[in-house]
Design a protein around this ligand. Structure first.
Ligand code: GMT
Length: 381
């Protein structure tokens, strides 16, 4: 099969999932064409069967807002025709699904039908979707897709709730690649360097957007400071980092909290950590929590969106109401002071994460591609 994948090429979970999906499909022998504005971060070298097409928007003085969606549409038409694609798989409803719709219509006028599948990742539906000005475009693009997937049951339900959507949505959960379950070498040595006094290492990884509630984590550290021997690693960067740093100084916690900034490779930080914290006020899935669980780390999180489909309360960690920092601090205290509980949760977290291994999820996408193509061939016959 020849598959075009459209994605946001950044560190975000959706970009990573889309890139890893493409890499896995290429390994299966499919030909994969990534189409986006920048080399995807996880596509850093030569891979057999993989091609990358850059969408370049020219800066014309006439345009205050260069028309990315139009340039993307033209690129989709061009790549579909000349690379003879069978199918397009777009990650994020806007602007990717609407561009794919437009491309499909243009191609139809040339006598070619290229179906497109839309995968909803979250922010497109739950946040942007709540801005009514986008609703008609998102609803239309979702309804017009040849198939739609959502990364959690919760996201599927929210899509039905917020949009005029009247079609089937398949839930295909996010996944991790096999190697993400491995523990790298030197973990103990590095752990000792980071926590020389035997501190338990708490970890948070995100893009520090407001909805991640990074300040809650600093508040939790403040509640724990005289009760537990813990250290916090904050990995990532974004709009709320400065506020979190100020709070950290205010509470005199700078020796216990390390802002690591963006890391290209987070494997080691997940491996050396003891507990992952995700207090988000919205999260359609929570890929970072899953990455921690794959390394056998219990998660303390909010109970919002798709998180409870990954982090099972009282089994793989704890889930609490958004903003309940006392409860989250208590959960961490329980985990760091009870070895038996910690080890049980750690094993459960690993086992739960195994349910999301690539080898289980990839066939679901391939099956869906085949179903969509079979429908297309039936319509053509
Ligand atoms: O969470 C973000 O800010 C990034 C965003 C993205 O586009 O990658 O994440 C969304 O998609 C991820 C992959 O499917 C999910 O794991 C995240 O939960 C989801 N974020 C939100 O719903 C806020």
């Amino acid at each position: 099969m020849k598959i075009g994948i459209v994605l946001y090429p950044t560190f975000g979970g959706s970009g990573v999932v889309a890139t890893e999906l493409g890499k896995a499909l290429a390994k299966q022998g499919h030909e994969v064409h990534f189409i986006t504005y920048e080399q995807p971060v996880k596509l850093d070298r030569f891979y057999q069967n993989i091609y990358y097409h850059e969408v370049k928007v020219q800066d014309y003085p006439l345009f205050d807002y260069p028309p990315y969606e139009v340039v993307l549409t033209s690129k989709l038409v061009d790549v579909s025709l000349y690379e003879k694609l069978d199918i397009l798989h777009v990650h994020y409803a806007i602007p990717h699904a609407s561009a794919a719709f437009m491309a499909r219509e243009i191609l139809k006028s040339k006598g070619v039908y290229i179906p497109f599948i839309t995968t909803l990742h979250g922010t497109d539906v739950t946040l942007i979707g709540k801005d009514p000005s986008f609703e008609p475009v998102i609803s239309f693009a979702i309804n017009q897709s040849d198939a739609v997937t959502a990364v959690s049951e919760s996201l599927k339900e929210e899509t039905y709730k917020y949009f005029e959507v009247n079609r089937e949505i398949n839930v295909i959960h996010n996944f991790l690649c096999e190697e993400e379950y491995n523990i790298p070498k030197n973990v103990e040595k590095i752990k000792k360097e980071v926590a020389p006094n035997g501190e338990k290492i708490l970890l948070h990884v995100s893009n520090f957007r407001k909805l991640k509630r990074v300040q809650d984590i600093i508040e939790i550290m403040n509640l724990l400071k005289d009760k537990a021997n813990v250290k916090l690693l904050l990995v990532g960067d974004g709009p709320e980092r400065a506020k979190a740093e100020i709070l950290c100084r205010k509470y005199n916690l700078c020796d216990k909290i390390k802002f690591m900034g963006k890391l290209k490779d987070t494997d080691m930080v997940f491996a050396i950590s003891d507990i992952f914290i995700l207090p988000s006020e919205h999260e359609s899935f929570g890929l970072a929590a899953l990455q921690a669980m794959a390394k056998g780390k219990p998660v303390v999180s909010s109970n919002i969106g798709g998180i409870p489909e990954v982090n099972i309360n009282g089994v793989t960690g704890f889930t609490e109401n958004v903003g309940d920092i006392e409860a989250m601090a208590n959960d961490i205290l329980k985990l760091v002071s009870d070895n038996e509980l910690y080890n049980r949760f750690a094993e459960n977290a690993y086992q739960k994460a195994k349910e999301f291994e690539l080898s289980r999820i990839l066939p679901l996408y391939e099956k869906l591609y085949n179903e969509v193509l079979a429908k297309k061939h039936l319509a053509e016959a």
